[in-house]
Design a protein around this ligand. Structure first.
Ligand code: PSV
Ligand code: MN
Length: 397
């Protein structure tokens, strides 16, 4: 952080030689928006145990309080994804006012179709019509909540799948899913979107009904323009080239959103950018590359993580910074030279353009953006010094 102004000027000078305007990049960083999830602030755990954290949010109001701290300290996280019924309240207007009073707003609404005995054989794909209707009605209720709160996106992840070959008919499940989604789609107003999230396994271990981006893409294409695909970074088999999926979805106009997190093995929900920062950078490289070519993106950038080892608010601040770094590094890619080397087949030089950007210390640009946003240069330090954590530990006994 020391001397960041000087380091900013040096970076500005060296990138100007490549035709890259660091002041413009700083402006883009100021406009970046990252949504945090309400479920990151409450106690959660693995299927083995929940380690409770002192001061963890106990209800939706406390989750909003913590999310508002993240926004206050970063200036780029003004919305919070809600999960229903985890965040259910019988007074949505009051909740909306409360969020606004904290300087934030509700973001995507996430229906929960995975925690009910009735969904043992599936929700939207269940063989029993009555259970499918129950699941559809839950999503319709979420659409109504979104309308009340002014939220645009419904992020829909279903845990539907089977554990055993022969358990159910695969094509029939697909037909039921399409029929259920069509019913849901009819209720979206023109402003709204349905983001279909895929995941290759877990909790189902034999097949998952929306198991990969191809299925999510097919379903959203059949539904129509308000349906888009949501890419959760943890939802792919190891070795999957996620940036290629992102590039395809961008090109087809179907990339609706992200759930950022990181994985070492499967859907680990580790701190975004903590395991494979180069992958995160390459994903951002696709996004920025497309935008710089004039492609209009409408992507919801959301974090989907929930930690019980690290302090939850600190972890969220760390995640936000990792996302800012990946974005800033993608913004300093020398695209003109990259294109030239690609056309010439100079693979070594082309790759070096990317690694040079990735290896550049972009923190001076982030510090400058923070300075101009009027937020602390070191959000985690500021949080610790504010004594907010002590306060919630005391209050939330
Ligand atoms: C499922 O693993 C998922 O990624 C979905 O987005 C859920 O809504 C979320 O996690 C719940 O934690
Ligand atoms: Mn997710």
């Amino acid at each position: 952080m020391k001397d960041y102004q000087k380091r900013y000027e040096l970076l500005k000078e060296s990138l100007a030689e490549k035709g890259i305007d660091v002041d413009q990049i700083k402006e883009k960083l100021k406009k970046q928006r990252i949504e945090t999830p309400s479920w990151a602030y409450g106690d959660s755990g693995t299927r083995f145990y929940v380690f409770k954290q002192k001061g963890a949010a106990r209800n939706v109001r406390e989750k909003l309080q913590d999310a508002s701290q993240v926004h206050k300290l970063t200036g780029v996280c003004p919305t919070v994804a809600l999960h229903i019924p985890w965040d259910y309240t019988d007074n949505w207007d009051e909740l909306l006012e409360y969020a606004k009073s904290l300087g934030i707003k509700p973001g995507a609404i996430n229906p929960n179709l995975f925690q009910d005995d009735d969904y043992k054989l599936g929700s939207l794909c269940n063989p029993d019509k009555r259970i499918r209707e129950k699941a559809i009605n839950h999503v319709l209720e979420c659409i109504e909540i979104a309308k009340r709160l002014g939220s645009r996106d419904i992020s829909l992840w279903i845990s539907d799948g089977t554990n055993h070959p022969g358990q159910d008919d695969i094509r029939n499940r697909k037909h039921r899913l399409e029929e259920s989604l069509r019913e849901i789609y009819k209720h979206l107003d023109d402003r709204m979107r349905l983001l279909l999230e895929y995941k290759f396994f877990e909790p189902a271990f034999y097949l998952t009904d929306v198991g990969d981006w191809g299925m999510a893409y097919l379903l959203s294409t059949k539904l129509g323009p308000k349906a888009m695909v949501l890419v959760d970074l943890g939802h792919h088999p190891l070795g999957t080239n996620i940036e290629q999926i992102v590039a395809y979805l961008i090109d087809e106009g179907k990339l609706g959103g992200f759930h950022f997190n990181a994985k070492k093995y499967a859907d680990d929900d580790l701190t975004v950018g903590s395991i494979n920062p180069y992958e995160l950078f390459l994903i951002y490289n696709e996004l920025v590359g497309a935008e710089e070519e004039g492609v209009k993106l409408d992507v919801a950038y959301m974090i989907d993580q929930s930690h019980n080892i690290k302090q939850k608010i600190e972890e969220m601040l760390q995640s936000v910074e990792n996302i800012q770094k990946a974005y800033a590094k993608a913004l300093i890619v020398d695209r003109r030279s990259l294109r030239k080397y690609q056309l010439e087949g100079d693979v070594v030089s082309a790759e070096k353009i990317l690694t040079d950007a990735f290896e550049t210390d972009v923190m001076p640009i982030i510090y400058k953006a923070r300075e101009e946003l009027g937020v602390p240069l070191d959000p985690i330090k500021a949080l610790r010094e504010s004594r907010y954590l002590e306060k919630i530990k005391e209050e939330r006994k």
